[in-house]
Design a binder for this molecule. Structure first.
Ligand code: OKP
Ligand code: ZN
Length: 337
């Protein structure tokens, strides 16, 4: 399967995140991508599709903020990574803040998503990786392609970052596919965490179906999204599907939810299926609580392979670095048959 990757995606390397009350080494490390790289073998570099497909999804001021904020942070004499520590709550108005802290507050929803000098460049090439892998299925007619994205994207919304995510790679690819003639696109998100950014971006749209299987937001990040009664709104009513599952979910419970989601994706009759793939459903993932084993991932891929449409797999989370390569290749092998 064509796999796209750019080494600039490795340069984003925040030092720490706030975790259980202490600054802890950042879980979303470059080593994650290196582990997957050494398991998948050959990759090809992305082609530069420019900024337009990014701004077709993300607010232009938010994109400019990502590009510029670290420079302002340093110019203001700050050391270390740029981390927000203030967040707007209900009823507070956004503003054109001069202070970097106000800008960070404007555009993020958690304190675990630092910006470093290389963040913009890594996020930019990450999006190009997704767009180039998309070309493999849309333009070259391949049955499937893998975008080895890192950092992940599914928590990033139109104008916000969070959950280690800056640009929403899957959403950018979905919107690009629409503009390239796919009339209906389905995004199937099998990361452990709910893909709130992707859901928000397409919530009122009938042309992009979003289905997610994830840990119940009553117990897990991102907490404010992903309940079963979130089904889309307006024209998008019914085009969002959420299947929250409890801690301890193993292959039996997981595959039952996946089969349901796959049959609803099939009923939507998309021209393209984008899979937001997270390896953090694995039993030994350090920040997650499902119980899938390495041997289960081929079955996950096989269930999704029942969909006849071309498939773009976009990498999201997965933090058990030692197992990431094996999990990902098993999944991709199952998916491509
Ligand atoms: C990203 B993806 C505090 C907890 C922050 C953020 C989880 C982001 C997961 N350290 N947790 O969906 O794999
Ligand atoms: Zn995740």
């Amino acid at each position: 399967m064509r796999t796209v990757f750019d080494p600039r995606q490795l340069t984003h390397a925040p030092e720490n995140e706030l975790h259980n009350g202490a600054l802890t080494p950042y879980f979303e490390s470059p080593a994650r991508a290196e582990a997957i790289l050494s398991a998948v073998g050959e990759t090809e570099p992305p082609v530069d599709h420019g900024r337009a497909p990014i701004e077709a999804v993300h607010d232009a001021r938010y994109v400019a903020f990502l590009e510029r904020v670290y420079g302002e942070w340093r110019a203001d004499g700050r050391k270390g990574d740029a981390i927000p520590y203030v967040f707007p709550t209900r009823g507070q108005r956004p503003n054109d803040f001069k202070a970097v802290d106000g800008q960070l507050a404007n555009y993020s929803f958690d304190a675990a998503t630092p910006i470093v000098a290389e963040t913009w460049e890594a996020a930019y090439w990450n999006a190009q990786t997704a767009l180039t892998a998309l070309d493999g299925v849309m333009k070259s007619g391949e049955a499937s392609a893998f975008a080895l994205c890192r950092p992940p994207g599914h928590h990033a919304g139109r104008d916000y970052m969070g959950g280690y995510c800056y640009l929403n790679n899957a959403a950018i690819a979905a919107e690009a596919a629409r503009s390239q003639g796919a009339e209906r696109v389905a995004i199937l998100d099998v990361d452990y965490h709910h893909g709130n950014g992707t859901q928000d971006i397409f919530y009122d749209r009938s042309d992009v179906f979003f289905a997610s299987i994830h840990a119940n937001p009553a117990t897990d990040f991102p907490y404010f999204w992903g309940r079963a009664d979130e089904r889309g709104e307006g024209a998008g009513e019914g085009a969002t599907l959420n299947r929250p599952l409890p801690h301890g979910t193993a292959a039996d419970g997981y595959l039952e939810a996946l089969d349901d989601a796959v049959s609803l994706v099939d009923a939507f009759a998309p021209d393209l299926v984008i899979v937001s793939f997270g390896a953090d459903t694995y039993e030994h993932d350090p920040i997650s609580f499902f119980k899938l084993t390495v041997d289960d991932y081929a079955a996950l891929g096989e269930r999704i392979a029942k969909l006849s449409q071309p498939k773009l797999v976009v990498m999201e989370g997965g933090y058990a670095v030692d197992a990431l390569g094996e999990i990902t290749t098993r999944f991709l092998e199952g998916l491509s048959g």
